[in-house]
Design a protein around this ligand. Sequence first.
Ligand SMILES: O=C(O)CCC(=O)C(=O)O
Ligand SMILES: [Fe+2]
Length: 263
Amino acid sequence: MDLVTDIEAITVAHLDDLHQGRSLALRIKRFIPTGTALSISERLVRHSSLAAYRNTPELVRVGESHFETHNEDGSTDADALNEYLSNADQLMDEIRRACAPRPSPVDQLWRLFDDVGGVERAEVDGRSMFAGIVRIFPEGSELLPHNDVFARDAPDLAPASEITAQFAANIYLEAPEDGGHLQLWGERPNEQRLADIRDEGSKYGASRSLLPPPAVEIEIDPGDLLLIDATRLHAVSAQKHGRRVGMSCFLGQRPGRPFICWS
Ligand SMILES: O=C(O)CCC(=O)C(=O)O
Ligand SMILES: [Fe+2]
């Protein structure tokens, strides 16, 4: 198995390798030139809306994630979903403006997908979802092992039932000096397995002590693009020095139709 496949363009065969587990990550090294990534990062981190949106103690974000619009029991919080959808276009414009005159890295990512049928924003009742969240991992933070499954997190949303594969794309803009590696496991856990490995102190993650070591641990550099199968276990190792900034979205595959994206 090719743990990390370095590519220059995205093909249907590459994405199928990820989905089938023949490769755990597709990588375009320096998808964005280092200097550009760092300067976009500076501007996004200072972005005025940063503090205005739902922050979590372990992660600061520009933009919103759909994940935050449901209750702990999995049911949708109608007000939070409505607010998320109402803010989506404006947030995407603000992020684009913070990147200007350069194109936003997620817009560049979507151009790559023109080769494999194109991308459109996922829609809920005719309203487009937000895509391209900017996440700032402060010094000392980590993400526990977890997987992302749209139909599990949004059982009542139409686009979630249309997709046959879910990929996560991360474009890194700033990398910590030490740690902050992307850790990947080949395992695609079912709900029972997730319950068995759950970390008792966490709302979303699994306990590392109940899992084998990751199959691969990927050191990131500013400007790198990594694509993974979001439904397999993945984590971010603790970062000891420096900040980690990335732009991220999910890409859902629909047979014979353009991909959908959302955050
Ligand atoms: O920041 C990363 O490297 C991965 C974050 C993650 O969990 C995801 O994109 O689904
Ligand atoms: Fe994830």
